[in-house]
Design a binder for this molecule. Structure first.
Ligand code: BGC
Length: 289
């Protein structure tokens, strides 16, 4: 192979197996709630928080069996978990979920505001129901859960044996908090809203030693974007948007969430952490401009 060939990027790389991280029990004694934790990124986040020693409430809106499977997997690995059913867009259900969490775990140290969905349509065909559903779950749902968590963080304050912070909120945002997305206007609007909700909230609660940060995934291999990676043609198309030339795996995101939940990131507050293989690097400019 001549050197030029050696440096030519492949179009489709084989699945990459990430090296295993040693577990450091970084979240020992902490109580975490992960919304939408019965599948995709949320499931992986719940498993990773538990592996780092947190007790985890696995929230889900439907499909009891999938939530119970996550709980069972955590328990099989020696962790502690419960499943709590609640639609995050419904105020009463969110309040009941936090009450149950407090009853079972005593308090909350980490909220991962993960539940989210897409309901795509060309703008002129988008129904009000589609608009409302996405805004209600992705944005209002994060507000409702964050508000309950903030109330508890403020009530309890810092317990220094547990964490330097009085509480941590990690929101699942998206590259689409800054990348416009034609055909997905409701989704992009919800994530743009999440960005300024979180930064404003971080500013407001920082004096209480509460940290609020976002993780902004690019294309991650989950059911939400199956169409974008399932066939070789779709995958090759997707790679045009990802300089690093591989799709993300849920674990890529979970590792970032663990860091943001732990005291290792104590000085990070109000950030949007893009985990996207370079999707936000304007890949079109690699050869254009
Ligand atoms: C969306 C995915 C999409 C990715 C990159 C995510 O926020 O949910 O469907 O593949 O952004 O465009």
């Amino acid at each position: 192979m001549n050197p030029e060939q050696a440096h030519k990027p492949d179009t489709v790389l084989p699945d990459v197996v990430m090296p295993k991280c040693p577990h450091r029990n970084l979240l020992h004694g902490q109580k975490a709630l992960v919304t939408g934790a019965n599948s995709g990124i949320g499931r992986s986040v719940a498993l990773h928080l538990a592996r780092e020693g947190a007790d985890v409430a696995v929230n889900y809106a439907f499909d009891d069996a999938s939530a119970q499977a996550v709980v069972a997997e955590i328990k099989a690995n020696g962790g502690h978990a419960i499943a709590i059913k609640a639609d995050v867009s419904q105020e009463e259900q969110v309040q009941a979920m936090f009450a149950q969490m407090r009853q079972e775990f005593g308090t909350i140290d980490i909220l991962v505001n993960n539940a989210g969905l897409q309901s795509d349509a060309p703008f002129h065909e988008m129904t009000l129901a589609q608009w409302n559903k996405v805004i209600n779950v992705n944005l209002t749902g994060q507000f409702l859960c964050a508000r309950e968590a903030i109330r508890e963080f403020k009530r309890r304050g810092v317990v220094k044996e547990i964490s330097c912070a009085a509480g941590k909120i990690i929101s699942m945002s998206s590259v689409h908090e800054i990348i416009p997305w034609s055909g997905h206007v409701n989704y992009a609007a919800s994530k743009g809203g999440v960005m300024l909700m979180n930064k404003s909230l971080a500013q407001e609660v920082a004096p209480y030693r509460i940290r609020v940060n976002s993780v902004c995934p690019g294309a991650i291999r989950t059911p939400i974007n199956r169409d974008a990676w399932e066939t070789p043609e779709a995958y090759a198309d997707l790679m045009k948007l990802i300089p690093y030339n591989r799709i993300g795996e849920p674990e890529d995101i979970s590792r970032a969430v663990v860091w943001l939940a732990s005291d290792d990131s104590d000085y990070a507050n109000g950030i949007s952490l893009f985990i996207d293989g370079g999707m936000t690097l304007y890949p079109g400019f690699a050869e254009g401009g």
